[in-house]
Every structure is written in structure tokens, then in C-alpha cells.
Design a protein around this ligand. Structure first.
Ligand code: FMN
Length: 278
């Protein structure tokens, strides 16, 4: 089996899950190619690589959940996958306790539409990446060993499925697990709505040394330094620039964020927190 693992992971937890998938696939004898879209790899290059691969393929595709959805680079990747028959897919998401939203459902819908038969999926609890400055963030300690075992089991089951002649796909209704009223509300939430609610960033020009680390580490190359950093349209609010700035020169007022997110967890109370779908 030719296995592709494609993901983006500004704060590293989706990458941890992708690595577990990679190790398990390798142990099962798959030929594995991994692509971190936050690492200056173009969607078109990944699409071309898939196009040139002969035989059956399985694409594991992973995103953090941002404002109830998969992040834009992942949806862009799915939309650019070359159409091909005999291909399978397994969407997976990490989320920071609040809600996994409708990310898996939307990813699976689009993957099926592209002919990538969805045969498994996973949502995995993770530390909330907007809470990196806090001692006790939501989801602290996740993904843990149990989450990772769950992912390993998913990969083994997916492998078994691919080895039988008639592969049973996942019913999309399995991924449509949010209560109706919440789902309709989630459809209205967009990253632009979140942008209005999340703290805006300012550059402290006295601290900024114009080192360019923010631009280099931005997963979507949305920052230009002229000479101070400016955030372009592709910015999807991962705050990697702020987290990694060695001078703390990118400032934003996060004082309201913790209370807001903890309050939100009461609204959603998603169970089970981590889960696989087969
Ligand atoms: C802008 C933004 C929006 C987020 N929205 C959600 C959300 O809707 N639900 C949730 O549970 N976590 C949310 N999170 C937390 C991330 O989904 C979670 O921390 C994820 O594991 C991060 O993945 P990464 O470590 O691969 O970057 C959000 C984080 C950011 C930065």
C-alpha cells in the first residue's frame, strides 16, 4: 500500500499524531510519504506526487480544528487532490477540548467527492494552542499514550479493511455527530468571525530586532518584514509568530481568551473526547 500522510501543525500536536500514523504504517510494511504543509511544501507539489504514484493509495490527512473547521491549507489541499479511482482516505483532526466542530464531516465530504473513499477517521484531544501562555491549558497532557494507541489501532483497522476485496467505506452520518442545533451554528462560524473575536497583534518596534524568525516560521508564509512584520491575507491565526518570537515583540492581549474558551467548553461538552470512526 502506498500511504500518504499530509498535515499541518502550527503547535505540533497534529504532527505528533501524524508521526504515530507514520510509524504504524511503516511497521505494517506500507510505503509512506509524509508532507507537512507548514514546512514550505506547496499543495501543487503534493498533488503532483500523488498523481504520479501507481497503484492503490491511502491518504491520511490531518488538521487542527480552528473555529469548528479544518484549517484553510488542508481544505485547499483536499480541493487540489488529483481525481483518481482506487484511492482511500482517512481524515483526522486534533482539537483543544472545546469542540471538534464539523471539521471531520466537511473534510470527509470533500474527500469522497474527489473519489478518495473515506474508510476511517479520528478526532483526538490536544492541548489548546491558544493557551500556550497558561500553566493549566485546556487539554494539557494530550495527545497522551491512550490517544496515540487509539490512532495506532485505527491505522491497523484501516490496513485490514484495505486488505479485503470489498472495502467498506465510512457512512458520512457517522461523522455528522454534532447535535442539529449546534451543527447549524457551527456552519455560520468562519475564521473571519474568529478573527474579529481573537486578540489582534501589534509589533513592539522597540523590541523587534527584524530577525525574520516570525516570517520564517509562519506555516503559510503570510508574514512580510518591511522592515517590521506585517500579516498578510493567508494568515489563519495560529499565532506561531507570537509564540516563537525570541524578543516577545509580537504582542496581543489574551486576558479575555481563557475565560471565553473555558465557558465555551460548557456549551459543547463533546463525548467521547478522542474517538475513531470505522
Ligand atoms: C485560531 C484557533 C482556533 C481554534 N479553534 C478551536 C475550536 O474550535 N475547538 C477546539 O476544541 N480547539 C480549537 N483550537 C485549538 C486547536 O484545535 C488545538 O489546540 C489543536 O490541537 C492544535 O493543533 P496543532 O498543535 O497541530 O497546531 C483553536 C486554536 C486556534 C489557534
Amino acid at each position: 500500500m502506498n500511504t500518504f500522510i499530509i498535515y499541518i501543525s502550527p503547535a505540533g500536536t497534529t504532527r505528533e499524531i501524524a508521526h504515530t500514523i507514520e510509524k504504524t504504517c511503516q511497521a505494517l510494511g506500507h510505503t509512506v510519504r509524509s508532507f507537512d504543509l507548514g514546512n514550505k511544501i506547496k499543495v501543487s507539489e503534493v498533488a503532483q506526487c500523488i498523481k504520479e504514484t501507481m497503484g492503490e493509495i491511502c491518504v491520511f490527512i490531518g488538521s487542527p480544528v480552528y473555529a469548528c473547521h479544518a484549517v484553510p491549507p488542508i481544505m485547499e489541499m483536499i480541493s487540489q487532490l488529483p481525481e483518481r479511482s482506487g484511492s482511500y482516505s482517512v481524515p483526522f483532526v486534533t482539537y483543544g477540548v472545546v469542540t471538534s466542530g464539523i471539521a471531520l464531516y466537511e473534510m470527509a465530504n470533500m474527500l469522497n467527492g474527489k473519489g478518495y473513499h473515506v474508510i476511517g477517521a479520528a478526532k483526538i484531544l490536544a492541548v489548546h494552542s491558544l493557551m500556550w501562555q497558561l500553566k493549566n491549558p485546556l487539554g494539557a497532557g494530550h495527545p497522551d499514550e491512550i490517544d496515540k494507541k487509539m490512532i495506532g489501532d485505527l491505522v491497523k483497522k484501516v490496513d485490514e479493511k484495505c486488505n479485503v476485496k470489498t472495502v467498506r467505506g465510512l457512512s458520512l452520518s457517522q461523522l455528522n455527530y454534532q447535535p442539529e442545533a449546534l451543527r447549524s451554528a457551527m456552519e455560520q462560524i468562519t475564521l473571519d468571525v474568529a478573527r474579529e473575536m481573537l486578540p489582534s497583534r501589534q509589533i513592539n518596534q522597540e523590541r523587534c530586532t527584524k530577525c525574520g524568525i516570525c516570517a520564517d516560521t509562519c506555516p503559510v508564509e503570510a508574514i512580510t518584514c518591511d522592515p517590521y512584520p506585517m500579516f498578510g491575507k493567508k494568515c489563519f491565526l495560529c499565532y506561531t509568530c507570537m509564540r516563537l518570537c525570541p524578543e516577545n515583540a509580537i504582542e496581543a492581549d489574551f486576558s479575555q481568551v481563557e475565560g471565553f474558551l473555558r465557558e465555551k467548553t460548557k456549551e459543547f461538552t463533546e463525548q467521547p473526547p478522542s474517538g475513531i470512526f470505522l
